[in-house]
Design a protein around this ligand. Structure first.
Ligand code: ADP
Length: 332
């Protein structure tokens, strides 16, 4: 039986964090043995927010190194840079003819960006979900391991694929967000306001590059209160977030103990945060140390990018030939 095709990517816009790990990377690693996987550094996507492109090389190296440090094997999956696959731009152009201004303007991530950077509402930002659909459809992928924030973009990618098929004939399968049959993950920020993120909320986000003391400081500063006064009370958001983080990095018995303390109104949040901080340090430190060694090995990273581009390029070329033929752009 043919293996299902998997595609996903992470923007090189800063340090990777726990949200990227639990929303995306963890599944990349779990999927690489079973499926045909394409994972990319989304450098073209990062241009929509006008970063200092002199820094891009370092950011790309960091994302590659952190992917590998988390367990991704470049010999199993294609690990590549988006800008190395020129066919992406071509498919993006065709899909733009099938994407409507109204639906793009309604996208939550677009509305957020308009709020955050009102002076840079460029067309690339508006068509961000179209570029993302092109990345996925270029490999005719069906499974897309992403966090909860990407659900709407995946729905749009399905619409674009169906519209293409309807107009030009069946070429693309429907892509779906994937988390092994479970709800998509959203790792909350430590201040209880929104999600952990590369560029916003830096003190409320745990980065895979944070040193041990910084991790402890960030967790100890997380918002708590006096504790519940009634047994089995519902949890406020910011407390639920701490339990969620504990569920991700601590042993199940540890989580159960603190849940029991909460439910019997005997919880001491100071103790809980200390435990969480130590478990977090144990989780992050090995990834940080491994990534640091890979990040500075330019020769190795170049080989990874070349190997990845070769694998991804082959699949992209095959798809683009089929697409050109389906649209009717073959004249001889
Ligand atoms: P960021 O929002 O940090 O810039 P990207 O947009 O590059 O991250 O997203 C890379 C991947 O990480 C996507 O699959 C996205 O869904 C996932 N992701 C980002 N933040 C979180 C989070 N807080 N919780 C779960 N998944 C997340």
């Amino acid at each position: 039986m043919e293996k299902a095709i998997v595609m996903s990517g992470i923007r090189p816009t800063g340090f990777l964090h726990l949200g990227n790990y639990f929303g995306a990377l963890r599944n990349y690693v779990k999927m690489q043995d079973t499926y045909t996987c394409y994972f990319m550094v989304a450098d073209l996507h990062s241009l929509t927010t006008h970063p200092d492109t002199k820094e891009l090389k370092h950011h790309v190296a960091r994302v590659l190194a952190e992917n590998i440090a988390c367990g991704l094997d470049p010999d199993k999956a294609a690990l590549y840079c988006q800008s190395h696959i020129r066919e992406t731009a071509e498919l993006y152009l065709y899909l733009n003819m099938l994407a409507y201004k109204g639906e793009l303007e309604k996208t939550t991530t677009f509305k957020d960006k308009v709020r955050l950077q009102p002076d840079n509402v460029n067309a690339g930002l508006l068509t961000y979900p179209v570029l993302q659909a092109a990345d996925i459809m270029l490999h005719r992928a069906t499974l897309v391991p992403v966090g909860k924030d990407q659900e709407q973009h995946l729905e749009m990618a399905r619409n674009f694929a169906n519209r293409f098929n309807h107009r030009y004939g069946q070429v693309f399968p429907e892509p779906h967000a994937f988390n092994f049959g479970e709800e998509l993950v959203k790792v909350p920020s430590l201040d209880g306001a929104g999600k952990m993120s590369k560029s916003e909320n830096q003190y409320a986000t745990i980065y895979l590059a944070d040193d041990d003391d910084l991790i402890r400081k960030k967790i100890m500063k997380a918002k708590t209160d006096q504790g519940p006064t009634e047994p089995n009370s519902p949890m406020p958001d910011y407390i639920e977030n701490l339990f969620l983080l504990m569920k991700l990095v601590s042993a199940p018995e540890v989580l159960q103990t603190f849940e029991a303390h909460y439910n019997s109104c005997t919880i001491r949040y100071g103790d809980m945060k200390k435990q969480l901080a130590e478990d977090m340090v144990r989780f992050v430190a090995p990834i940080r140390e491994k990534a640091e060694a890979i990040r500075t090995d330019e020769k190795y990273l170049r080989e990874v990018m070349e190997k990845g581009a070769e694998k991804a390029g082959k699949s992209a070329k095959e798809t683009i030939e089929i697409v050109r033929e389906a649209i009717g752009l073959k004249y001889y």
